[in-house]
Design a protein around this ligand. Structure first.
Ligand code: NDP
Length: 289
């Protein structure tokens, strides 16, 4: 057992960045990818390209999976001789739902392997960075034993709990916020562009608009306490405001699907009798679809 060797299966942009980070740190790296050509640059840097997934898994105790999703994971692992998994630590950084992560962990446990589920919070350019972070879940003992190896991928490793679904859950919670907020940015750029305003011109204001920290800090304890008092903002005001947004978007000839969905959400809140409450009461509205 060599703690300074690792296998990386899946050489998309993320897997390639991970394998490169291990090589930079002097690890012995075995790789495998369905499309072998993606391994070329890594092999030139010293990685060993395994002949198949079985050989790749057998090569090391720690096996990092960086695949599109769990369909891809099973597309590769199902055909592997079950005996090969015994004693392996499968660091599964392929994103999917918490439920699929749990099923994957159970599938591996049946074959004598431990899954550490992971959710990497940075794009390929952030891999290998000491300031980048990854959510992990699975047996704490396994996590602690391999912390040094895991911290090559991102310097920060955040163990969320033993339930293998938790890392996937925290990752998806992150993505719920990320995609929704980023879509808001795309929407604003489309409207700005329709008025001849460039992304560069909007940039300082976009930073201001998406700097939501003080709202999160203000609302988090109130939401936990079930306090949706309309002392600072009222949902009726929010509904009027979201309608102004929708009309500004459609007046500019821009697609209004996204702001219309937001108006619809606020309208449902008002119809549920929450008009005098804060827009944070939408959390309750959303919980009862
Ligand atoms: P990609 O989808 O680009 O590539 C992942 C790998 O999956 C490729 O090597 C691909 O092989 C392989 N693959 C897909 N389907 C199959 C299959 N059916 N059988 C065998 N191999 C398959 O992903 P990324 O590298 O961008 O990301 C990897 C994971 O990390 C994803 O789950 C992603 O959500 C997550 N992630 C990505 C980030 C990013 O910015 N890219 C950021 C954070 C997390 P082949 O080369 O042969 O196509």
């Amino acid at each position: 057992q060599n703690s300074h060797s690792v296998t990386v299966i899946g050489l998309g942009p993320m897997g390639r960045a991970m394998a490169a980070a291990y090589l930079d740190r002097g690890y012995a790296v075995t790789v495998w990818n369905r499309t072998a050509s993606r391994a070329e640059e890594l092999v030139n840097k010293g990685a060993v390209l395994a002949a198949g997934p079985e050989e790749a898994i057998a090569a090391n105790e720690v096996v990092v999976l960086s695949l599109t999703d769990y369909d891809a994971v099973h597309g590769i692992l199902d055909a592997v001789d079950p005996a090969v998994f015994k004693g392996r630590v499968i660091v599964n950084l392929s994103s999917d739902t918490p439920e699929r992560a749990r099923e994957g962990a159970a599938w591996l446990a049946e074959r004598g392997a431990v899954q550490l589920t992971g959710g990497v919070l940075v794009p390929p350019s952030g891999v290998g960075d000491p300031e980048s972070a990854t959510f992990y879940s699975g047996p704490l003992e396994t996590f602690e034993a391999h912390r040094e190896t895991l911290s090559v991928i991102t310097g920060k490793t955040d163990h969320r709990g033993e339930d293998p679904g938790l890392a996937a859950l925290y990752y998806q919670l992150n993505m719920v916020m990320f995609w929704t907020a980023l879509s808001g940015y795309w929407q604003a750029l489309a409207v700005a562009g329709a008025h001849g305003i460039s992304a560069a011109e909007l940039l300082p204001y976009a930073h201001g608009a998406l700097d939501l920290g003080r709202f999160l800090d203000f609302y988090a304890p109130r939401v936990d306490a079930g306090n949706h008092a309309g002392d600072v903002d009222r949902l009726t005001m929010g509904l009027a405001s979201t309608e102004h947004v929708l009309h500004t978007v459609t007046d500019a000839g821009v697609d209004g699907t996204l702001p219309a969905a937001v108006v619809e959400l606020f309208r449902r809140g008002v119809e549920a009798g929450r008009g005098g409450d804060s827009s944070s009461s939408l959390v309750e509205v959303l919980r009862k679809p």
